[in-house]
Each structure stands twice: as structure tokens, then as C-alpha cells.
Design a protein around this ligand. Structure first.
Ligand SMILES: [Zn+2]
Length: 316
């Protein structure tokens, strides 16, 4: 295998609106997650290799490829002018949430456009709210719009791609993404997740385009890497994606007490290298990554650095 060190820069897409979305003083999905990531990118020296972009607001056209317009309209209507509105027990909107959610989905569109323009080989979006629990017409688990799904549909419908892979290594199963893409021939989704665990999906008769590998509580690097090698990589080789998207959640880290998997910082670099080799072979190296979970600020920030370092084609 020949390792290509990319000379094209990596895009870093974010927006200040994503820092203003808050769901309560003690909510784990909090603005400090994004600050921790930017601080660590600076401290590691990686920031100087990234080109920063401000995420646009997603258009109804981009959202409607994933969510019924009635759902988008309902979210716009329920958005409060002051105070907090709960969409489910875990998911709330403050007056800034609507714009944050539109920026997060807009970052997905922008990442795809930047990478498919040929000017960037990869893109990482540091945005919130996350997206992979958002179903076609239902917010869920901190998520309002399914950002990675918006990216995939944009790549297929606006750019004419035939095959897009979604890699989801968040500790929770991406039930929303599965809801949106089950049996969609343009998409292959490969995921690992703790099971049995929230949202208790992904194991009952998954569709053929879903490569779901449940991992037991306590599983760590060894089990995760075996899942990637034995299940993900053969499926990706068969699918030959033209673009690779990541639902990049970092809550399977051993230091993250949201769940009970035990990944280490290095696993995030390793899995990105494995997937990058596939992207280099079939997708001209094109990768677009969207932040999902990750609630231990230090582990989150260090793991993002490992992931983005490999996206950017840099050695350790
Ligand atoms: Zn998660």
C-alpha cells in the first residue's frame, strides 16, 4: 500500500452560532465541547494546517432531501424567542438553537462542496447540535437535523455521486441515519456501537446496506479494531465509495462516562487511517467528517486531533 501525503489542505468548518445553543446548565452536550476542540487544535499545532470556513445556514432544499418540509417547518415554528423548549427529554431548543442546527446542516453541505470541488481533500465540521439520532421526521437524542444525511444526499442529488459511505464510530447507534438510508442503494453505512444501549436499535434485522457491529460494554481497542477489519473494510472494498463521510462521535473513549466502551486516543487515528486507505483507492481521498458525540472534554479534544491529523494526511 502506498501512503500518499496529501498536499491539498483540509477544511475546518464551524460557526459561532453553534456555541450559543444550550440545553441547560448541566447538559453534557454543551458549548464547551467546541471550545475544547479548537483549543486542542491550536495547542497541537494542527490548526495551522487547516483552512477555516464559517458554516452557512442550510437551505430548505438541502434539508428536504432528508426531512419532510413539514418537519423543518415545525422545528422553525417551535423555536423559542426566549426560554427553552424541550423536543424530547434529552433535546431542547433555546433562542439560538435553530440557527445552530441550520449551521450544522449547512456545514455538511459546505464540506461536501469544498471536497467535491477538488480544492480540499477533506473537511471536518466542528458543529453542534449533532445529527445521527435525528430521524426523517423526529428529533431525538440531542439531534434536530441529521447533518451527515444532509451531506450524503447533497453529494448524490447536487453532485451526482452514485456511492457514498457513512462511517459512524459514535458509541451510540446512528438510528436516525439508518432510518433515512435503509435500502438506499447510494449509501453504505458502517457502524460500531455499544449494545445493548441507547437507542437500542441497529441489531434487529438491519437492511443490507447497514454494516452494524454491536460491541458489549467494556469492549476496547481490540474488539473495535477487529470489527473495522473484519466487517467494515471488506464491505467498503466491495462498495467502492466515491466519497466517505464520517459521523465522528468520540464518546466510545474510555474516559467518556456517557457509555462503557474503552477506546483510546490512538484508535481514532487508526480507524481514520484504515478508512482513508479506502478513500484513497476509490474516492480520490475525499472525506467529509461531521462531529457527533464526545462528552469528556479532554478525551474529545485529543481524539479529534488524532482524527483530523489523519484527515489532513499528516504523520504523528
Ligand atoms: Zn453518542
Amino acid at each position: 500500500m502506498i501512503w500518499r501525503t496529501t498536499t491539498m489542505p483540509t477544511a475546518f468548518v464551524t460557526h459561532a452560532d453553534c456555541l450559543k445553543h444550550e440545553m441547560g446548565a448541566h447538559h453534557p452536550e454543551r458549548p464547551a465541547r467546541l471550545s475544547a476542540i479548537s483549543d486542542q487544535l491550536i495547542a497541537s499545532g494542527l490548526e495551522s494546517y487547516l483552512t477555516k470556513f464559517e458554516a452557512p445556514l442550510a437551505t430548505d432544499e438541502a434539508l428536504a432531501r432528508v426531512h419532510p418540509l413539514d418537519y423543518v417547518k415545525a422545528i422553525r415554528e417551535v423555536a423559542p424567542n426566549r426560554g427553552t423548549v424541550h423536543l424530547d427529554p434529552d433535546t431542547a431548543m433555546n433562542p439560538h438553537t435553530l440557527n445552530a442546527a441550520l449551521r450544522a446542516a449547512g456545514a455538511a453541505v459546505m464540506g461536501v462542496d469544498l471536497v467535491l470541488s477538488g480544492k480540499f481533500s477533506s473537511s471536518f465540521a466542528a458543529v453542534r447540535p449533532p445529527g445521527h439520532h435525528a430521524c426523517r421526521a423526529r428529533p431525538m437524542g440531542f439531534c434536530i437535523f441529521n447533518n451527515v444525511a444532509v451531506a450524503a444526499r447533497h453529494a448524490v442529488h447536487a453532485h451526482g455521486l452514485e456511492r457514498v459511505a457513512i462511517i459512524d464510530f459514535d458509541v451510540h447507534h446512528g438510528n436516525g441515519t439508518e432510518d433515512i438510508f435503509e435500502n438506499d442503494p447510494h449509501v453504505l453505512m458502517a457502524s460500531t456501537f455499544q449494545h445493548p444501549f441507547y437507542p437500542y436499535s441497529g441489531t434487529e434485522d438491519p437492511a443490507r446496506n447497514m454494516v452494524n457491529v454491536p460491541l458489549r460494554a467494556g469492549a476496547g481497542s481490540k474488539e473495535f479494531r477487529a470489527a473495522v477489519r473484519d466487517a467494515w473494510l471488506p464491505a467498503l472494498e466491495g462498495f467502492k465509495p466515491e466519497l466517505v463521510l464520517f459521523s465522528a462521535g468520540f464518546d466510545a473513549h474510555a474516559e467518556d462516562d456517557m457509555a462503557m466502551l474503552r477506546l483510546a486516543d490512538a484508535d481514532y487515528g487508526w480507524v481514520t487511517e484504515q478508512v482513508k486507505a479506502v478513500a484513497d483507492r476509490y474516492a480520490k481521498g475525499r472525506m467529509v467528517s461531521m462531529l457527533e458525540g464526545g462528552y469528556s472534554l479532554s478525551a474529545l479534544a485529543r481524539s479529534v486531533v488524532q482524527h483530523v491529523r489523519v484527515l489532513a494526511g499528516l504523520n504523528a
